[in-house]
Write a protein that binds this ligand. Structure first.
Ligand code: GLN
Length: 385
């Protein structure tokens, strides 16, 4: 038995593929989580918070030191000024922030423009909210945002853009020009932009993450979502946040209070410590991750799966059509058996199946020896169809 609001929504591909990795003893290059923990001082801060008795409900909006730390982070990195009491809300990971934003802001029938391939929770929560999604495809091989396709997706019923940059799963970091195209449309059509920026610090080479809230005229119409999980390698802590104009944050909180009510107290204290005292960790992580990106991309190229080199995030996308596979899902389903490796079929993230059928996502947020092991297995396997 299942409510119709979840019709057609499959189990999340991340749970399915991680369970497959465990079941088959495969190297998990699928779900994006690091296998090295974040900084020791941050882990200690969580233990200390528990020992110090920070174990009961915090305020739903989040503990004051964390909201202050989030506001200071936005100021320090991007020059964004926020009132921590009205323009910041702590959430249970960015996934809850997405859910609460959509449930708190979107009415049934509202059209929401969303980049595809998309993170799978967007589809589920848009459907639960009764929204109509208007996908705009980032297409292989470059995965850039096409301003004309974007414009064509907007209709008189459009009220929101759900943005994600740095973008999972393509690894695209939207340029200032691409973001300006979104901003122009948002201003012209009076749209609210909800932007998922969880990979904000994980950008490589000379690419730069530009929060769309910093473009002229956008601060007042942008709800920015992020989290600590990726930046401080604590994905299991599930501490995220939303920042933006008070009315948008209030609407998100109006929904969040009925989802989780509030988010884990000791982890909030520890993340406040991370933001205030381990501010450089994400930058060092990005440098290190860039080396692992290069390791994975070179190894994939060696087995005939040269990826588009990602500009940010944890992920690289390859086209398995080069090896004779016309279906990336079939490739991924049989990969554990053939090679002992798990990857994610990117078609799970598309409305436009033709654009995504051949694409497979590989995570490089793993330790170098894990990536090497995965690559060795791929080299030794029969990968061609
Ligand atoms: N964001 C992670 C990924 O894309 C997974 C998060 C999750 O499993 N919910 O792999």
């Amino acid at each position: 038995m299942r409510a119709t609001r979840l019709d057609g929504i499959p189990p999340t591909i991340f749970s399915t593929m991680s369970a497959l990795a465990v079941r088959t003893g495969s190297v998990n290059l699928g779900q994006g989580f690091p296998d090295r923990d974040g900084p020791a001082g941050v882990l200690d801060a969580a233990r200390t918070a528990i020992a110090d008795g920070h174990n009961q409900y915090p305020p739903g909006i989040g503990i004051p030191p964390l909201r202050a730390a989030i506001a200071a982070h936005q100021q320090r990195h991007y020059g964004i000024e926020l009132d921590p009491d009205r323009e910041v809300c702590v959430t249970t990971g960015c996934t809850e922030a997405v859910a609460a934003a959509l449930l708190g802001l979107v009415d049934p029938g509202d059209e929401v423009v969303v980049l595809e391939p998309y993170y799978d929770s967007y589809v589920a929560m848009l459907q639960v909210a009764g929204a109509v999604r208007r996908p705009v495809t980032l297409r292989a091989p470059d995965f850039r945002l096409d301003a004309d396709e974007l414009r064509a997706a907007v209709t008189p019923r459009t009220r929101f853009v759900l943005l994600n940059s740095p973008h999972n799963p393509t690894g695209t970091v939207l340029t200032r020009e691409e973001l300006q195209a979104v901003a122009d449309l948002a201003i012209e059509h009076d749209l609210v932009v909800i932007t998922d920026e969880v990979y904000e610090h994980l950008v490589f080479d000379d690419h730069e993450h530009v929060p769309i809230a910093t473009l002229p005229g956008m601060a007042e119409r942008t709800l920015t979502l992020s989290s600590a999980g990726k930046s401080w390698s604590v994905t299991g802590w599930k501490v995220g946040w939303a920042t933006g104009p008070a009315p948008l944050v209030e609407s998100l909180l109006a929904a969040k209070q009925w989802l989780s009510f509030s988010s884990g107290t000791p982890f909030q204290h520890a993340v406040a410590h991370a933001l205030d005292h381990e501010a450089d960790f994400p930058l060092a992580l990005a440098k290190d991750l860039q080396g692992r990106r290069d390791l994975l991309c070179a190894g994939l190229a060696e087995v005939g799966l040269a990826p588009r080199v990602p500009e940010g995030t944890y992920f690289a996308l390859t086209d398995v059509g080069h090896l004779g596979w016309d279906d990336g899902l079939e490739f991924c389903e049989t990969l554990p058996e053939r090679a002992g490796v798990v990857a994610i079929p990117a078609q799970a993230f598309h409305d436009d199946l033709d654009a995504g059928r051949h694409l497979v996502r590989w995570a490089f947020c793993k330790e170098p020896d894990v990536i090497e092991d995965g690559l060795r297995r791929l080299r030794e396997a029969a990968l061609e169809k």
